[in-house]
Write a protein that binds this ligand. Structure first.
Ligand code: ADP
Ligand code: MG
Length: 353
C-alpha cells in the first residue's frame, strides 16, 4: 500500500515510522524540504498545504490519504475527498478548524464546553467579559496552536492586549480553574471504536509539558472514555480523534479536538500494547483495530528548544530532526515507562528546567 500524508511534521514522522513497519510506501507533502518526515518517508513533495496541483500529485501517487496537519483549506479537502480515498473524510477536520464551530458541534453531540461567546468587536469583548467575568481567555477562532493567538484576561488592564486581534473572529471563554487537564484518543473503523487510556496532562505556558498515563482513577477514566466514544459515534467520524478536556470536581468540560495523532498520545508508543500511530496505520491499511491497554505507568515529557541542552540519560528519546531549535518549539520528546508522576518528579525532573 502507498500512503500519502498531508503535513510532514513530527506526527507524520511517527506515523510514517509505523507505516514502514507494515511495508507501506509513504509520501508526505510539506512546505519544508527539511521537515521531520524527510528522515523516514520514501518521498517528500515540497509544497504549500493548499496547493491543489501538488495535493493532486500526492493523491495520484498513493492508495490512501491522511492528514497530520489541520489547516488544509476546505476547498482542497473537498476536492480530495470527492476524488480520492481519504477514509477519515473531511468532516472532523472541518469541525475542528474553527473554535466556535468546534464547541457548538461538541454541544450538539453531547459534550459540554465552558461558557463562551463569539467576539468580533471591542463591544462584543466587553459584553462577553460582563457576562463571564474575570478570569477569561480570548482566542482567535482559527489557526491557533500551543497557546498562540490567546490572551488570558484577569482585569480591565488586560483588555488592550486583545486589540490587535479584533476585527478577526475570536472567542471569549471562561478561564476555568480546573483540577487538571486530560485527553482521550480514539480510533473508529466500520466495525468498532477503541480508546486509549486517558492521560493526565500538564501544560506550561499553553504548551503540553507532561502527559501522564495510569494516574487517573477508574471512574473518571471510564467517564472520559464513554463520553468520548458516544461523541465520536454521534458525529459519525472515522479514523483517529483526540479530545482535550478540563476536569473540575469530577465534571468534564470539552476543550478542543483534533482528528489526527495527538501530542498527549506519544506515551502510547512505549506505554501501551499498541500506539496511536499503529492504530491509525491499521485503520488506513484496513486491518482490524486492536484494543489498547496500558503496559505500565508512563510519563511523556516534551522537549522544547530551550530544553535541548538538558541531556537526560534516561527514557526513550524521540528526536524530531528539526533544524532550528527555537524556544517553545517542539524538538522531541522523552518517554519514561514504569514511572508514575511521583517517580518522575523524584528521579527525572531535575534534568529539565
Ligand atoms: P491550543 O492547544 O490550540 O493552543 P487550547 O485551547 O488547548 O489551544 O489552549 C492551550 C492551553 O491553555 C490549554 O491546554 C490550557 O492549559 C489553557 N487553556 C485554554 N483555554 C482555557 C480555559 N478556558 N480555561 C483554562 N485554561 C485554558
Ligand atoms: Mg490544546
Amino acid at each position: 500500500m502507498r500512503v500519502g500524508i498531508i503535513g510532514g511534521g513530527q506526527l507524520g514522522m511517527m506515523l510514517a515510522e509505523t507505516l514502514k513497519k507494515y511495508d507501506a510506501y509513504v509520501i508526505a507533502l510539506d512546505p519544508n524540504p527539511l521537515c521531520s518526515c524527510k528522515y523516514v518517508c520514501d518521498e517528500i513533495i515540497v509544497s504549500e498545504y493548499n496547493d491543489l496541483a501538488n495535493l493532486k500529485k500526492l493523491a495520484n501517487r498513493v492508495d490512501v490519504i491522511t492528514y497530520e496537519f489541520e489547516n488544509v483549506s476546505a476547498e482542497a479537502l473537498i476536492y480530495l475527498n470527492e476524488n480520492y480515498n481519504m477514509p477519515q473524510g473531511i468532516k472532523p477536520l472541518f469541525d475542528s478548524q474553527n473554535r466556535i464551530r468546534e464547541k457548538e458541534n461538541a454541544i450538539n453531540n453531547g459534550l459540554s464546553p465552558v461558557e463562551f461567546y463569539r467576539v468580533l468587536s471591542k463591544d462584543d469583548l466587553l459584553k462577553g467579559i460582563n457576562k463571564i467575568g474575570y478570569p477569561c481567555v480570548y482566542k482567535t477562532t482559527t489557526l491557533g496552536y500551543d497557546g498562540h493567538g490567546q490572551v488570558v484576561l484577569r482585569s480591565d488592564n488586560d483588555i488592550d492586549l486583545v486589540t490587535k486581534y479584533l476585527g478577526g473572529e475570536g472567542i471569549l471563554e471562561k478561564y476555568l480553574k480546573y483540577d487538571y487537564e486530560a485527553s482521550v484518543i480514539l480510533v473508529r473503523d466500520n466495525k468498532e471504536i477503541v480508546a486509549f487510556p486517558p492521560s493526565y496532562n500538564i501544560h506550561k505556558d499553553g504548551i503540553l509539558d507532561l502527559s501522564v498515563a495510569g494516574l487517573l482513577d477508574d471512574s473518571i477514566s471510564e467517564k472520559l472514555i464513554n463520553k468520548s466514544k458516544e461523541f465520536m459515534n454521534s458525529c459519525n467520524y472515522y479514523g483517529i480523534l483526540a479530545i482535550e478536556y478540563f476536569v473540575k470536581d469530577g465534571e468534564i468540560y470539552f476543550n478542543e479536538m483534533a482528528p489526527r495523532p495527538h501530542n498527549s498520545g506519544h506515551y502510547t508508543i512505549e506505554g501501551c500494547n499498541i500506539s496511536q500511530y499503529e492504530e491509525l496505520a491499521r485503520f488506513l491499511l484496513k486491518k482490524p483495530l486492536v484494543e489498547p491497554k496500558l503496559i505500565s505507568k508512563t510519563v511523556m515529557k516534551n522537549i522544547l528548544g530551550e530544553d535541548l541542552e538538558n541531556k537526560c540519560p534516561f527514557g526513550f528519546w524521540h528526536d524530531y530532526h528539526k533544524k532550528d531549535a527555537r524556544p517553545k518549539r517542539k524538538m522531541g520528546h522523552i518517554t519514561f515507562t514504569d514511572t508514575s508522576l511521583y517517580d518522575y518528579n523524584q528521579k527525572y525532573k531535575k534534568y529539565f528546567i
